[in-house]
Design a protein around this ligand. Structure first.
Ligand SMILES: [Zn+2]
Length: 278
């Protein structure tokens, strides 16, 4: 019993901030300064009870920020670039710091049964990884029930497609502007098959920040997490994500993590800063 309490106390100290450590020190001082009396025991017991209550309240929050090792990027640096070695990880963090291998193509790509802005064309950008495809179907279906009609614009993008997209943008606007709008090849989340750009008729099926102000965009912002998606590049977090606000770009991370990210108003980068490996 005592061992269990001690263990719990130690892990609690480990997991929480200074405030508890101060309380804990107070308990120790009282133990040393005052001889054990009935009153003192009562005080200690009361304090212990408070600690127990605090543990009960703190635990769910802390366990939200514990994550198995397999969900973290495994990285190898090659030519100054951090290349992800476990790109099939559903929580893979792809950004301007971490790149996917040039030859990475997810093996479970499938066509989600949702309408796309480009009609029935069977092209790579119609495809998503199995789990993400089922989730986006679920989301579009739920949206429809709420009178919200969404359309896919672009999901999976192979490395070479991104290479062309990036080169075209550089030719048009110069490299400095291009890197703000278009991911470098290997650094696009679209290569994961876990991402999809979506739109609505109200913005003429375009990819535009105006989508965020439409009822469809607002519905997505409010509800995407219920289906395991996050708005990957939110407004006000440009310095962290290194991308402009993209209300149309949603990324599948699974329901559990999407909920944590939404509730704590995080980006995927911030989530990985907070989370502890177990
Ligand atoms: Zn996108």
């Amino acid at each position: 019993m005592f061992k269990a309490f001690l263990g719990l106390t130690i892990s609690f100290i480990f997991l929480t901030g200074c405030q508890y450590i101060e309380n804990h020190n107070l308990t120790k001082e009282q133990k040393i300064e005052k001889p054990t009396t009935h009153t003192e025991d009562t005080t200690q017991n009361d304090q212990n009870q408070n600690v127990d209550q605090e543990i009960k309240e703190e635990e769910p929050i802390n366990s939200n920020f514990l994550l198995e090792e397999k969900y973290f990027n495994e990285v190898k640096v090659s030519n100054g670039q951090a290349i992800i070695q476990n790109p099939d990880n559903i929580l893979v963090l792809v950004n301007k710091e971490y790149s996917l291998p040039q030859d990475y193509v997810p093996q479970d790509l499938t066509k989600p049964n949702i309408p796309f802005s480009f009609g029935d064309l069977d092209i790579p950008k119609r495809y998503m990884r199995e789990e993400a495809a089922r989730a986006v179907e679920e989301m579009f279906q739920a949206a429809k029930i709420d009178g919200i009609f969404l359309y896919g614009v672009s999901a999976f993008r192979p490395y070479n497609y991104q290479l062309n997209l990036f080169n075209n943008e550089v030719n048009e606007k110069g490299e400095e502007l291009a890197v703000q709008a278009v991911a470098r090849p290997g650094q696009s989340e679209h290569q994961t098959g876990l991402t999809i750009d979506i739109t609505s008729e109200s913005v003429q099926y375009q990819i535009t920040q105006k989508f965020g102000e439409t009822k469809e965009g607002k519905w997505v912002e409010e509800n995407a997490y219920k289906f395991g998606f996050i708005i990957r590049y939110p407004k006000g977090k440009e310095e962290i994500t290194k991308y402009q606000y993209e209300p149309w770009h949603i990324r599948y991370v699974g329901k559990k993590v999407a909920k944590i990210i939404k509730e704590h108003d995080l980006t995927l980068e911030e989530y990985f800063e907070k989370v502890k490996k177990i």
